[in-house]
Design a protein around this ligand. Sequence first.
Ligand code: IMP
Length: 228
Amino acid sequence: MDPLQPAGPGPRGTLLLATSNEGKAREFLPLLGPILDGLGLGLATLATLGDGGRAFPVPEEDGQTFAENAAIKARHYCGLTGLPTLADDSGLCLEALGGGPGVLSARFGGPGLSDGQRAAMLLDNLEAAIVASGKPGRLGRGAFFETALVLALGGSRKTLSWTGRLHGRMASSPIGSHGFGYDPIFVPRGGRRTLAQMAPEAKNAISHRSLALRAMASDIGRIRAFLG
Ligand code: IMP
């Protein structure tokens, strides 16, 4: 199954993965593919459905939590297409920043910044918060990545959801060239290297996204009943 090619429906229909981001669709596929096979569903993404997704209006992601934003997206595209729709939302939460940037992770620091500039600004904010809190060293550096997945059905009225969290701590400076976003400044719990120093397969094996997909996979009986 190639998430970038329009695929036929499975024996029980098609699931819409509500993303037009190729990289994300590819990252989802190793775990999502077997779930869909088990459910007898084919896969469509916003990029493979209709006019490259351009025909669809984009919803405002104004939720207070990752789960709320994922539900906004899943309901929106399910309502527009009538397809069972899976949407995700994710971000990075720092203890010292009261859980921030959280749902604002993609927009942290304002528009027009590169990933590197956003990460540098986040570390500056963290250092200032650590100084203000009086917790030196590693104490104030705890953080986690979270992904929420929401599956919407029935013209968007019914939803199921799952979450995955990757706990760790913030590095003192950016290191590594793999991955994206805040990978160079996040060290998973029990490790010494940042996510950006890990091979993509090694990151994918432990990531918040894969943990959420594993939770979804272990719920396949409930999903089957939900799909009817
Ligand atoms: P999204 O909801 O998956 O698009 O993620 C929102 C933002 O959170 C991204 O723009 C990144 O800044 C950050 N983010 C989410 N997942 C990751 C990750 O695995 N590594 C680094 N940054 C991430």
